[in-house]
Design a protein around this ligand. Sequence first.
Ligand SMILES: *Cc1c(COP(=O)(O)O)cnc(C)c1O
Length: 572
Amino acid sequence: MAEPVIAVQTVSFAADHRGVCLRPVIFKFFAENGIKTIDRGTDSEDPVDYPIYAQRVARDIVEGASDFGVLVCGTGTGMAMAANRFRGIRAAIATNSEMAEFSRRHGHANVLCIGSRWQAPNETLAILHSFFFTPVENGRHARRVRLLDVEGFAVNDLAQNDPEIFAAICREGKRQEEHLELIASENFTSQAVLDAAGSVLTNKYAEGYPGKRYYGGCEFVDEVEQIARERAIQLFGAEHVNVQPHSGTQANMAVYGAVLNPGDKILTMALSEGGHLTHGHPKSLSGRLYTVFHYGTDPQTRRIDYVSMEKIAQRERPKLITVGASAHPRTIDFERVAKIAHGCGALVMADIAHIAGLIAAGLHPSPIPHCDFVTTTTHKTLRGPRGGIIFCRKEFARAIDASVFPGNQGGPLMHIVAAKAVCFFEALQPQFRRYQEQVIKNAKTLAESLISQGFSLVSGGTDNHLILVDLRGNLPSLDGHSAQRRLERANISLNRNTVPDETRSPFETSGLRIGTPALTSRAMGEMEMVQIGALIGELLTSPSPDDRVTSVRQRVLDLCRRFPLPYAHHER
Ligand SMILES: *Cc1c(COP(=O)(O)O)cnc(C)c1O
């Protein structure tokens, strides 16, 4: 017999109790044509639910375990409906061999659905033969098939008009799917957030604020921004919010711009102690515009050193104190910082970029009742689109709004404002608290796993979503950069970080920062954290790590397959 025209490598097969009668003839066809088969059941006439069987086959294909599928039920329709819910699946019903042929030729079908009610065994053979021996036609058919495969008009156009960028986006989607994301500042948004962020609102100019815009046609984006504000206030309980900052950096700069003049004194935590660039780093505009003093962490406990903060504040009389961090694993006492600031006539800004989700869920004390300004990103633990927001007391509302626009920004990104509103809506649901609880449990479990393997953690553990490993503890010759690259080869993503009392350059570093928000969004729990801790330990402590990379990577891929992303990435 001739080779199948299509490059058949593996076919997944499933039938329900009505389709099981065609198993023998179908498997005979596979065997005779040298087609490798994954058998997904069922093998008896006991009633079963067809969607589950269709889903098994669809999953095999989407995940790359097989190239094609064959599904049989009474009519073929139930199987086709279930399979076609998966992006990348093109399941076609064929009741005769011409239908099978054209489903391949024009439709590029990758799943053949057969109804046992209509098909005798010899007709089934003819259908299988047509399906597996018909090549696909490209040209206009390929274009139409592409239009089937991807969601939304914008993406369809992208696939068609800019295949280069579309392909890069697809590759990034696959990278996200196949890596263990432990970068503490990253997360996976819902499909709903992605939909809002990719919406037509990107076309709208809306300089100004709801009800007071400098452009016409703003009635609907006004609704969007008003809803975003109301939800943010409901979530965090503040007096005023500005949802327009493009990023956490823009939010911080807008607060500075609202209350400081160039040269004014600010007191902040240094980058090397866990602070952020926008907290007065010399390379940031914040460091160039203002006179910066730093407080740090206590050398014993590695908690924020409130005593020295107060001393410096009393001595220097800064106009503003900032508190908040990018790499601090412990609870922050915002109330105490506010007391210190107000005690010496300073204003206080809490930057909760990393822990906003924990605060929204009530799992970390909120700075809102104590601090004059609270800024955050929306894309870290809060799990929304890339962006920033500012909360403040009523008395500062006008100054903050004016500092965002026209002070620091032009037109707001209304599609992102909409996505922020969706994010706040999601964060107001009861399951968001459960998610954040799991984020913390996962971080603690991962921390324990690392400690039990001899790693030393800055501050000895974690209260929140992140862990800071000081490699100098058990692996003094391994620097952060090398460790990061080694883990990356096994599809484990995290980032190197300076640690307090850093002895290496900021490029090399002695630390690793590890966070659990993203993996928790993939529904991973404590059991997986123990496994991941062991994988990290295996790669970092092995005397011959190169020999371990392949096997660790395999186990990473298995985990990723078992815990799909909360959104579907585009299949090419
Ligand atoms: C991430 C972060 C920011 C800045 O966020 P961008 O959106 O990247 O500008 C500001 N402050 C802290 C503490 C952060 O962790």
